[in-house]
Ligand binder design. Structure first.
Ligand code: GLY
Length: 360
């Protein structure tokens, strides 16, 4: 496939983003209202998506060298600091918050302060590990302990914070916890056809797996597309950090399932099992799947390489040409995202859609 459209899209992003950054650099954006980013700074300062804006800024800094992006990234990272002093504001999504911010900063600049932030977040994430069930607990409580046994597929994307901490400190504990969790996801979250569940419930005392529940997809037994994306990308990342073929095979199974479902139209629904006449789609899932399939295509067995790569390009081309908003007066990039199947949040912008779109 001729890739001129990628360069065209990147040029448009590079033209648009300085203006967006100037007016948004003090915010924690989650979505847009009439094209303007909202701000979670006071309403939801610990929200799991609050590091993606900083991550976009590091991606753009990396690509352009423009100091404006670095300044905005550092503002975002510092603004996350109060989270580190709020145990109930921290959850398994520490990876989503500090990998694109503090860890990215540390990798680019060697900042010791960023290193400390990343390591604090990794220690907290490791502390969520349940020894009986070998899973990292996802969410905190509303007061009744009901989330003590809950783990979710998304957590695969947080494990690189643990791999990073082990690599940096030469302490294998973080790595061991990440692997145990990935093994649990492999055992209980991936179905025989390669698709994955969203939420798994365990008995937090005995560690017994109890059931899967529907989560953000349609329901039990269906295939929430963003979750499939977390699986393709997440198992690939565990393979990259461990070189364990088990995770590579899991990523390939997840990818085979996904690639067989991708419609000719490129449009990724909210759930691969949703009714044909349901028009809801999720551009965030499309962007995450593109990233995951591209990464996987670099390391998978030869026979899958071209199929995964072309599928990723097919989806990405659709996003670049039909779902991206390049208008400099509109803050978001991707249109038509969905938070979950069973809520009213469809057909809007979500910050992590933009983050993974730029990455892809
Ligand atoms: N990690 C939550 C979500 O993907 O919506």
């Amino acid at each position: 496939m001729d890739l001129e459209w990628v360069n065209t899209s990147l040029e448009k992003i590079f033209r648009k983003m300085p203006a967006v950054t100037e007016r948004s650099k003090e915010k924690f954006p989650y979505t847009t209202v009439n094209g303007t980013f909202d701000d979670q700074t006071t309403v939801n300062p610990c929200w799991w998506t609050n590091g993606f804006w900083g991550g976009m800024m590091w991606q753009l800094y990396h690509a352009t060298g423009n100091e404006l992006y670095r300044e905005a990234a550092e503002i975002n990272e510092e603004k996350l600091d109060p989270n580190l002093m709020d145990p109930m504001g921290l959850d398994h999504d520490n990876g989503f918050k500090w990998l694109p911010t503090a860890v990215a900063n540390y990798k680019v600049t060697g900042s010791r302060q960023s290193f400390r932030r990343g390591l604090l977040a990794a220690n907290n994430l490791a502390g969520r590990f349940n020894l009986a069930g070998n899973y990292i607990r996802a969410w905190n409580d509303d007061g009744d302990g009901s989330n003590a046994g809950v783990a979710i597929i998304d957590c695969l994307m947080n494990l690189p914070l643990l791999y990073w901490a082990s690599e940096e400190t030469h302490d294998p504990r973080f790595y061991q916890i990440a692997r145990r969790h990935a093994d649990t996801a492999l055992r209980y979250f991936q179905r025989a056809d390669g698709s994955v569940i969203h939420i798994g419930k365990f008995d937090p005392v005995t560690g017994e797996f109890l059931e899967s529940v529907g989560g953000q997809g349609i329901g039990k037994g269906t295939s929430w597309t963003r979750g499939q994306g977390w699986a393709v990308y997440g198992f690939t990342l565990s393979y990259l950090h461990t070189k364990s073929e088990t995770y590579l095979k899991a990523a390939e199974r997840a990818a085979d399932y996904v690639v067989a479902q991708i419609p000719e139209s490129f449009i990724i629904p909210v759930d691969f099992c949703q009714p044909r006449d349901c028009g809801w789609e999720d551009s965030t899932a499309a962007a995450i799947l593109s990233c995951g399939l591209i990464e996987l295509s670099k390391v998978c067995s030869e026979k899958h390489r071209e199929r995964y790569y072309q599928s990723a390009l097919h989806i990405l081309n659709g996003l670049c040409t039909k779902r991206a908003n390049y208008d400099q007066h509109t803050d978001h990039l991707l249109e038509k995202c969905s938070a979950a199947y069973h809520d009213s949040e469809h057909n809007f912008a979500i910050i992590y859609g933009d983050y993974y779109f730029i990455e892809a």
